[in-house]
Design a protein around this ligand. Structure first.
Ligand code: HEM
Length: 130
């Protein structure tokens, strides 16, 4: 199955369960990495909803069921981050958490690299300050 074609990426990510554990690991990394403390502080203390929202979004974004839309309605990623001050430093911190989380998965290396490149596109669109 080709990544980015139909639900190829969703399947490679291990479906909904795989995506939820990736996002849990992503937030574990955000809790522990020193470079991520500024973006961690932008989130609520209880990350339950943040985990559910990001995992639900990624399900649809990777070609699987549109869980975010079902649960929370429509979303524009840049608009959802407008109230936050995001510079390239915050973008890189977010990507670092994702990189470390991906390294903890058993995803094939080429899929990890593919995801990092693809996720950097919406991440760069969240940047709203220098
Ligand atoms: C560029 C760096 C990013 C930073 C610093 C960041 C930070 C945050 C923060 C702090 C929240 C919680 C906002 C709140 O509770 O008020 C949030 C929500 C969210 N983020 Fe990000 N984010 C980034 C990139 C991304 C990317 C690339 C995606 C998607 C691929 C994403 C998807 C989401 C989603 C779906 C929510 C929930 C929005 C909602 O329902 O209100 N974020 N983000």
């Amino acid at each position: 199955m080709e990544y980015g074609v139909k639900d190829g990426s969703f399947q490679a990510a291990g479906g909904e369960l795989g995506i939820f554990s990736l996002v849990e690991e992503f937030y574990c990394q955000m809790n522990s990495l020193e470079q991520a403390q500024k973006i961690r502080a932008m989130h609520p203390e209880d990350l339950t909803e943040s985990i559910d929202k990001l995992a639900s979004f990624l399900c649809g974004w990777l070609g699987g069921p549109k869980r975010y839309k079902e649960k929370y309605g429509s979303i524009s990623i840049p608009r959802a981050h407008q109230h936050l001050k995001i510079t390239p430093t915050e973008q890189h911190a977010w990507m670092l958490c994702m990189d470390k989380a991906l390294q903890k998965t058993r995803y094939p290396k080429d899929f990890q690299e593919y995801l990092l490149i693809q996720l950097n596109i919406p991440a760069s669109r969240c940047v709203n300050a220098q």
